[in-house]
Write a protein that binds this ligand. Sequence first.
Ligand SMILES: Nc1ncnc2c1ncn2[C@@H]1O[C@H](COP(=O)(O)OP(=O)(O)O)[C@@H](O)[C@H]1O
Ligand SMILES: [Mg+2]
Length: 260
Amino acid sequence: MTDAVLVDDLGFSHPDAILPALERVSLSIPTGEAVALLGPSGAGKTTLLTLLDGRLRGWRGRVSVLDAPFDPDRAPPLARRSDTGFIFQEFALVERSTVLRNVLNGRLGRMPPLRALLGRPSGRDLDIAQAALADCGIADLADRRADSVSGGQRQRVAIARCLAQEPQLILADEPVSNLDPTRAAEVLDLLTGAARARSATVIFSSHQPELACRFADRIIGMRYGRIVFDTPTRDLTEDATTELYRDADVLTGAKLQVVR
Ligand SMILES: Nc1ncnc2c1ncn2[C@@H]1O[C@H](COP(=O)(O)OP(=O)(O)O)[C@@H](O)[C@H]1O
Ligand SMILES: [Mg+2]
């Protein structure tokens, strides 16, 4: 099995930051795995996901995503960008567009440039977008404006947009932190299930250990920019989780109990 992500001795400091956001980070993630990045606020989760999405410059070490080595000084080629989908914590929808239009935006990187420029999807683009809406259980919302649907539905729109892109790697930054516990579990179930059905790799960050453990094959614990554990979910101990959030539970309000 090939690796979707290979990271070796990665380091990164945000401009003007005193401490590095990532330090000596090494990991390999095989194709098809569902991985949760766990850790308190400031641990480096967003920075790592942003870097894997090809949006950070000036890092140190070696990074390879979907068999393409990254250059620390240059954005990855456009042709490769479509293979990675990113789901933002705040959904990042075009509020005044319909749900279907938002999902079709996921196709832009797959369209010939002129078609993308004119915003004219092909029949195939439409079929794929509609299938993604159906997979996310929101086919009936296609013609609604994005700003008229609920929070849980908005995150489903963001996932449908990502699936319409047909990515091999899905990166999701705290995709459920704005949702109530029931909706959060439904959305993570949807996200990891859709990734599995497509043999896509998924990496999501969370500061909710109990949820992460329900839906990830593997848990990577981060603290102060470093990996403090990297373990199959079934081997994760409550001690490791508690230690990860030591002194941080007041800040994040994180629940420490690991539920299986
Ligand atoms: N744009 C930025 N400029 C300077 N420092 C940043 C920036 N973004 C994040 N940081 C710092 O980098 C560290 C890691 O942050 P982040 O990756 O957002 O962690 P997490 O997502 O785990 O909360 C923190 O110390 C944070 O303050
Ligand atoms: Mg973050």
